[in-house]
Design a protein around this ligand. Structure first.
Ligand code: SF4
Ligand code: SF4
Length: 322
């Protein structure tokens, strides 16, 4: 699958040991395709793929990792990540910060991954990438259609392909727990897909990018934004949702995706309070009235100035003739 034309979103942007497309096998796989592969501490390359890599973290990855480490999100982001742009978009995200000396993931030891049960989505995918063919979305661009397929990333250092174990892609994914991760990441990945389909002609304001980054990386901050700013004066949010997002981080994360889709791309799902809309309409009307008045005043002044100038010119001419 060297030819990646038409692939709008694929999981390999989340984890890459190199950018060599020849490591991607040119075969489109489905859930029932066979896979001969196994990764275990006995392989000679054990933990090789945890070095010199780029691992982009999804909001859910950050949530579970920071809980496992029992530290606040902002501390996790500062200590273990560095900024990146989510591939082929201008949207800011984070990737795992490798150690200075060995260029290793900070969670790897010779015995393996120390956060294995909560390892990021990208680590679970490897070496089975997933791609979505995006057919341009529905007319309102609300629900981009998906057409999933899978592909193998076969890098020379990875000896897992020499192991005898065989399974289907479906079994492999179940074993790695990626189905649940896909569900958790789906709406966030859709935001990136939308950004990609809008292209760079449609610029995204810096404030919008900051909001995307904050909501994607720091749910504690996003919760304060909801409950401690004028957010609830502006948006209609029912009591049941409020009760959930006050205490449930996953619900809050889903709510953040809905909010971002609404503010960044005008998607439905979050309504501005009627009173706020009326106030905004009145504010716009007032601004229009004010600018109309100002334009009238400017016009009258220019007209008076011109008449005065003409009069002075006529008088000067009269004087000159005398
Ligand atoms: S999180 Fe674990 S599996 Fe992923 S790169 Fe780091 S050590 Fe390896
Ligand atoms: S077999 Fe592949 S996935 Fe497993 S440790 Fe080796 S390089 Fe990584």
């Amino acid at each position: 699958m060297n030819e990646k034309k038409g692939v709008d979103l694929d999981s390999d942007f989340m984890k890459a040991t190199d950018k060599n497309p020849s490591n991607i096998l040119p075969e489109k796989l489905g859930y029932d395709s066979p896979l001969q592969f196994e990764c275990h501490p006995g392989v000679s390359c054990f933990t090789a793929c945890c070095h010199n890599i780029k691992i982009v973290l999804t909001p859910y990855d950050i949530l579970v990792l920071r809980k496992r480490l029992d530290i606040p999100a902002h501390e996790f982001v500062t200590q273990y990540t560095e900024p990146t742009l989510l591939e082929r978009t201008d949207m800011p995200g984070v990737q795992i910060k490798l150690t200075e000396d060995k260029k290793a993931c900070p969670f790897v030891t010779p015995e393996g991954c120390t956060v294995y049960g909560d390892r990021p989505t990208a680590c679970r995918y490897y070496p089975v990438g997933m791609a979505d063919f995006h057919e341009g979305g529905s007319e309102d661009n609300e629900t981009p259609k998906e057409d999933k397929f899978f592909f193998l990333v076969k890098e020379p250092h990875c000896k897992g392909f020499e192991e005898p174990k065989t399974w289907t892609i479906r079994e492999w994914r179940a074993d790695q727990g990626v189905d649940m991760r896909d569900e958790m990441n789906k709406q966030w990945l859709r935001l990136i897909m939308r950004r990609k389909s809008h292209g760079f002609q449609a610029s995204l304001a810096d404030a919008a990018k900051r909001m995307f980054f904050m909501a994607s990386t720091d749910l504690d901050h996003f919760r304060r934004f909801i409950f401690e700013s004028s957010f609830l004066d502006t948006y209609e949010v029912d009591q049941e949702t409020l009760d959930k997002i006050k205490t449930d981080d996953v619900e809050l994360m889903f709510f953040s995706f809905k909010y971002l889709a609404n503010t960044l791309f005008g998607a439905e799902g979050l309504n501005i309070k009627k009173g706020k809309i009326m106030a905004k309409v009145q504010e716009i009307q007032q601004r229009q009235d004010d600018s109309l008045k100002k334009a009238e005043q400017d016009y009258l002044k220019i007209k008076a100035d011109r008449e005065k100038a003409k009069k002075e010119e006529a008088e000067a001419l009269k004087k000159a003739k005398k």
